[in-house]
Design a protein around this ligand. Structure first.
Ligand code: BTN
Length: 246
């Protein structure tokens, strides 16, 4: 993939800018990066707090060629690429289904993939927020989030981090788009997540809570949970409010 990086000092949201660029015809591989976001977007309509230089705020435009039923796998592919990036930075990450990256139970990265219909066809925007410094966390995040600087006790070189990230995104997106790619990316995800099998979880859906033990993924990345009373329940990525360890 040919990467083109568009840099901003401050922007509403790198995902929104990437959607605007895709609408104007930007090619696959165009990335938007900002030092600060004034309206950073998180999953489920939440805000992603994005103070200046406190995180890597990065969005990549993809124009996937595979069947739309496999689109959720782009999120899993991105989680694998971030996992490898953090591992190369000296950390020991885990992927919490479906796409949060944790270090010893604390969130260090969130991923928000969004789709947009454009004149050139469907574009998928992969938005990645990696915490570089912890000092700007709001009080409710302090116990549950961490950052590269807190974990390594060293300042992060954002340019090096971005180079490693784009290399890994290129590698795993090529794998996903290639022969048997949807199966192979699930295998790569499974190797890097303690949530793949045998994890006791509590999933909060809109109107119910599902308790059970994880037992693998469906072909589109949905999570299988073995419950005591209802057999195996399939949790689609869009359904989940949160997955907690119990
Ligand atoms: C989550 O809620 O866990 C997902 C957070 C995703 C945040 C990133 S930061 C870069 C990109 N731009 C946004 O507005 N959101 C994503």
């Amino acid at each position: 993939m040919n990467f083109t990086i568009l840099r901003f000092d401050s922007i509403d949201s790198t995902n929104l800018e990437a959607i605007r660029q895709a609408q104007m015809g930007a090619n696959e591989g165009v990335c938007v990066v900002a030092r600060q976001q004034t309206a950073g977007r998180g999953r489920h309509g939440r805000t992603w707090v994005s103070a200046k230089d406190a995180g890597l705020f990065f969005s990549l435009i993809l124009r996937p060629k595979f069947e739309t039923k496999f689109l959720p796998l782009i999120t899993l592919m991105s989680a694998v690429a971030v996992f490898e990036t953090l591992r190369e930075s000296g950390l020991n990450p885990d992927i919490k289904w479906v796409n949060d990256i944790h270090i010893e139970g604390k969130k260090i990265c969130g991923i928000l993939a969004e789709t947009s219909e454009t004149k050139k066809g469907l574009a998928v925007i992969v938005g990645i927020g990696i915490n570089l410094r912890s000092e700007n966390f709001s009080p409710e995040l302090t116990g549950s989030a961490t950052s590269i600087e807190t974990e390594t006790q060293k300042p992060t070189d954002i340019e090096t981090l971005m180079q490693i990230l784009t290399r890994n995104l290129d590698e795993f997106y090529t794998l996903l788009e290639g022969e048997n790619g949807t199966v192979l990316i699930l295998e790569e995800w499974a190797k890097r997540s303690s949530y793949f099998f045998g994890k006791k979880v509590r999933v909060k859906l809109e109107n119910e809570i599902v308790l059970g033990t994880t037992c693998g993924l469906e072909e589109n990345g949905a999570l299988r949970i073995k419950t005591k009373t209802e057999g195996v329940r399939i949790i689609q990525a869009g359904d989940v409010e949160m997955v907690r360890q119990i």
